[in-house]
Every structure is written in structure tokens, then in C-alpha cells.
Design a protein around this ligand. Structure first.
Ligand SMILES: CC(C)(COP(=O)(O)OP(=O)(O)OC[C@H]1O[C@@H](n2cnc3c(N)ncnc32)[C@H](O)[C@@H]1OP(=O)(O)O)[C@@H](O)C(=O)NCCC(=O)NCCS
Length: 167
């Protein structure tokens, strides 16, 4: 696929996916690969299938109808709080606005279902993601040592916002 072709990009949309236990092995392996390429984190597909994703607001894929180019997975922590467990856009497609679109899609849907707050963990050296979350109102609220393979991380929390602000 030519990532820069307008046509190819136009067909990409964030859509709700079926529950992960209904995904076939190929799709799971591709999601595992996407997570690995974008974060360096390697998960067993069986472990991915056990994630307690919320069926109404927590299972999004960036798809062209055939293949997934991004994921945004979230769970419900309590009545008003969502926790984002995975957020990745394929490397070739990063920086084109798809991540922001994914966040808005997730946030609007969760908001409509009464969710008011969101939290997540992010590696402390992941400046672009920290900035993205910051512009959406999340702030570091706790420091997690050895969060992943010796890397420290921030626990970020905040109100659930659909649109970013300039700071
Ligand atoms: C984080 C991620 C999902 C964002 O997706 P994306 O498609 O790149 O995001 P966008 O193109 O919508 O850009 C998001 C914001 O970052 C800004 N941005 C994009 N590329 C940037 C760059 N190279 N440097 C600085 N800012 C950048 C955009 O202007 C945009 O600003 P906004 O907050 O005002 O909307 C994606 O970059 C990714 O998969 N990263 C690796 C995995 C990861 O770190 N996930 C988060 C783990 S907690």
C-alpha cells in the first residue's frame, strides 16, 4: 500500500471491532506485531485476548476494511472512569492525524455512555504520547518504577476530552 496516496488514506477509519476472543489468529498476530513495532512490547496473543476491554467504548481499530492499521483499546475502571490499555498507529501512518481521530472517536463514545475520566500508563521517555495526552487534559499523577522492562512510566489521569487544546 502506498501510504501517501490520498485514496489509501481515505479508506482508513476508526471502527468498533468484535471482541478479541472472536478474532482469528492472523488478525491477533498482526495486532501483536503492530504493538511490538510501535512500542517494543511483546505480548502473547492469548494474553491480548484476556484484556478486559469494554465492548461499548473500548475496542477500536483503524481499518481499511481488510486490515488493521491502528488500535485503541480501553476498559472501564469504574462507573465514570476509563483506562486506555493500548493505543498504536502503524509507524508509516503516524503524524497524519489518525491518533487524534482515534482518541476523539473513543472519547465521544465513552462520554455518551457516562464516562467522565480517563487514565493510562505511558513510558516516561515517550514525549510525543505524553504531549498528546497533555493536550487532552491528562496530567501525570503517579510515577511507576520499572513500568516496562526497566523503563519508568507515568500514570496519567484527567477528564475525558474529545478535542485537544493548544497546551
Ligand atoms: C501515540 C500515537 C497512537 C498517536 O498517533 P498518531 O497518528 O501519530 O497521532 P496524530 O497524527 O493524530 O498526532 C497526535 C498529536 O501529536 C502531534 N504530532 C504528530 N507527530 C508529531 C511529531 N513527530 N512530533 C511532535 N508532535 C507530533 C500532532 O500534531 C497531534 O497534535 P494534537 O495533539 O494537537 O492533535 C502513535 O504515534 C503511536 O502509535 N505511537 C507509538 C505507540 C505509543 O507510544 N502509544 C502510546 C502508548 S501510551
Amino acid at each position: 500500500m502506498n501510504d501517501d496516496s490520498g485514496d489509501a488514506l481515505e479508506h482508513l477509519k476508526w471502527v468498533k471491532s468484535p471482541a478479541l476472543n472472536q478474532w482469528n489468529n492472523r488478525r491477533l498476530l498482526e495486532a501483536r506485531q503492530l504493538i511490538y513495532e510501535t512500542t517494543g512490547e511483546l505480548y502473547e496473543t492469548k494474553r491480548l485476548q484476556m484484556l478486559p476491554l469494554d465492548e461499548r467504548f473500548g475496542m477500536w481499530v483503524l481499518s481499511d476494511g481488510r486490515k488493521d492499521y491502528g488500535i485503541l483499546w480501553a476498559m472501564k475502571l469504574n462507573q465514570q472512569t476509563a483506562r486506555v490499555l493500548a493505543f498504536s498507529v502503524s509507524i508509516d501512518l503516524q503524524g497524519k492525524g489518525f491518533g487524534g481521530q482515534g482518541w476523539s472517536t473513543f472519547a465521544q463514545t465513552a462520554k455518551n455512555l457516562g464516562i467522565k475520566r480517563v487514565q493510562l500508563e505511558v513510558r516516561q521517555d515517550n514525549d510525543p504520547a505524553i504531549q498528546l495526552y497533555h493536550r487532552r487534559g491528562l496530567r501525570p499523577r503517579g510515577y511507576i518504577t520499572g513500568f516496562y522492562r526497566g523503563h519508568d512510566g507515568w500514570l496519567m489521569m484527567g477528564p475525558l476530552r474529545v478535542q485537544p487544546s493548544s497546551q
